[in-house]
Write a protein that binds this ligand. Structure first.
Ligand code: G3H
Ligand code: 13P
Ligand code: NA
Ligand code: ZN
Length: 325
């Protein structure tokens, strides 16, 4: 069946790699995730957001995830390690509902609350979830969002002075931190970046590895989580823009920095936007190349293939979680 994150994280920290946490909203994404993680023998975390629950129905998503364990075995993976995780739970009730319905892990994101309220809410979720051996991810520090026009800046970084108090008082199993990543395909404003003189592409500022180091020093061996870790591959952005799309100056986290983070106590790396870009690039290309095509399998199929390639690449070339089953 589905597993929680405890053993996965322990091995990832000792082995110097990170577990991929991929969001899914539909069958094609799930198939691509499971085929990639099975073929590459990687543990994997399937993430369901509030938006995914609203779009695809929580019950259907849960059955898809439970079916994924059998699907992985059909694909020849004898001992799959698949975790079903609630991404960015924002209340005790939503976390409880996921625990009750069979999720093996939940995130309670109280990062926007005042510190003491975040502690109290996270502790309440941990006390409930641990009765059912469900692991809990908490968050300290605020990830900037393009939505609210706040872009990653130092004042939102996780404060290393707070982390020991937070994890001991809440009992959470892992901690999501803010060191300059953010959600979506526009992680940095052009004015925060330099430009590559040859390609004209934006080069983002580096993540705050000094803050990560200070956090790890306070919490030796404790599992750290990085949200907002899409790299926004320019090849996908270019395909999208060449086929009627419009994503000017989309920019993500360079893979080299994620490779470096993976080798540290960062043991869960969240990726959603890159999968959306791959899906959209493939669909736009089919629509442009074959205007007469109207069978969804003829464009969702290529989208699934491209997402499979993306997930394999993340596992083997960035996170290093291949051959770990
Ligand atoms: O945290 C953000 C994830 O990419 C999920 O996004 O809320 O649009 O499903 P969503
Ligand atoms: P990206 O938008 O960078 O893919 O981040 C996803 C994420 O953090 C989901 O929780
Ligand atoms: Na790691
Ligand atoms: Zn996130």
């Amino acid at each position: 069946g589905l597993v929680n994150t405890r053993e996965m994280f322990k091995r990832a920290i000792n082995g110097g790699y990170a577990i991929p946490a991929f969001n899914f909203n539909n069958m094609e994404q799930l198939q691509a995730i499971i085929k990639a993680s099975s073929d590459k023998k990687s543990p994997v975390i399937l993430q369901v957001s509030k938006g995914a629950r609203a779009y695809a129905n929580e019950t259907l998503l849960r059955y898809l995830a439970q079916g994924a364990v059998e699907y992985a075995k059909e694909l020849g993976c004898e001992h799959p390690e698949i975790c079903l995780h609630l991404d960015h739970g924002d209340s005790f009730e939503i976390c409880k509902s996921c625990v009750d319905s069979g999720f093996s892990s939940v995130m309670i994101d109280g990062s926007s609350l005042p510190y003491e309220e975040n502690v109290a809410l996270t502790k309440k979720v941990v006390e409930y979830a641990h009765q059912f051996d469900v692991t809990v991810e908490g968050e300290l520090g605020v990830l900037a969002g393009v939505e609210d026009e706040v872009v990653a800046e130092e004042s939102h970084y996780t404060q290393p002075e707070e982390v020991i108090d937070f994890v001991t008082r809440t009992g959470c199993d892992s901690l999501a931190i803010s060191i300059g990543t953010s959600h979506g395909a526009y992680k940095f404003k052009p004015e925060q970046c330099t430009r590559d003189p040859k390609t004209g592409k934006l080069v983002p500022p580096p993540l705050a590895f000094d803050v990560l180091d200070a956090i790890m020093e306070k919490l030796p061996g404790f599992p750290i989580v990085l949200h907002g870790s899409s790299s926004v591959p320019q090849e996908y952005v270019d395909i999208i823009n060449a086929n009627g799309g419009k994503l000017p100056d989309a920019v993500g986290i360079p893979e080299e920095q994620l490779r470096k983070a993976s080798k540290s106590a960062v043991c869960k790396i969240n990726i959603d936007s890159d999968s959306r870009l791959a899906f959209t690039a493939a669909v736009r290309k089919v629509f442009n190349d074959k205007p007469g095509e109207f069978d969804p399998r003829k464009y969702c199929g290529p989208a699934r293939d491209l997402m499979y390639d993306l997930y394999c690449h993340k596992i083997t070339e960035v996170l290093g979680s291949d051959n770990k089953l």
